[in-house]
Design a binder for this molecule. Structure first.
Ligand code: GDP
Length: 170
């Protein structure tokens, strides 16, 4: 079904797990190497979404931190129907940056489907932000919160299923 096609952008500071998440979702592969991709990788995944009772084609672009360059930014955001705003459990700056990422999405794409993702929950012992503060941030931004562990493939599929559902409702 051509209509059930959605471009999703995954945003957040460097090192929060964006590349890993995209690769995990699209291929089920997790690599432990920190890899700075050059340019933009494009990945695609067809996934049955329970809430819609339909298969959705997700299209993901991995910019690997290149989005600071204007030309890439515009291509990256163009036509996006949904966005993941990710931060890491162990990186306070990445948490503080989430509202800025939301503003950026709204500036580039308008009010598209979005959610907040706290990644690396396996490292909760080293958390730099309390669960309450994370929940308060999600509430303040009006975003549903998902806690993920890309490394162990926890909650990743759920994030994309939710975004497809929200995108469908908008
Ligand atoms: P990006 O810069 O946001 O694209 O982040 P990467 O996907 O390159 O990931 C940065 C580092 O975090 C890599 O070493 C990943 O292996 C690691 N990483 C990603 N997700 C997780 C996770 O859920 N748990 C842990 N412990 N490490 C993760």
């Amino acid at each position: 079904d051509f209509d059930r096609e959605i471009k999703v952008v995954v945003l957040g500071n460097g090192g929060v797990g964006k590349t890993s998440m995209i690769r995990r979702f699209c291929k089920g592969v997790f690599t432990d190497e920190y890899k700075k991709t050059i340019g933009v990788d494009f990945l695609e995944k067809a996934q049955f979404v329970d809430a819609l009772q339909e298969e959705v084609r997700f299209m993901l672009w991995d910019t690997a931190g290149q989005e600071e360059f204007d030309a890439i930014t515009r291509t990256y955001y163009r036509g996006a129907g949904a966005a993941v705003i990710a931060f890491s459990t162990t990186d306070l700056d990445s948490f503080k940056a989430v509202s800025g990422w939301k503003d950026k999405i709204i500036a580039e794409c308008g009010d598209i489907a979005m959610c907040l993702v706290q990644n690396k929950v396996d490292l909760i012992d080293r958390a730099v932000v309390s669960p309450e503060d994370v929940e308060a941030m999600a509430r303040q931004l009006g975003l549903k919160l998902y806690r993920t562990c890309v490394k162990e493939n926890i909650n990743v599929t759920e994030v994309f299923g939710y975004l497809a559902e929200l995108h469908h409702k908008k």
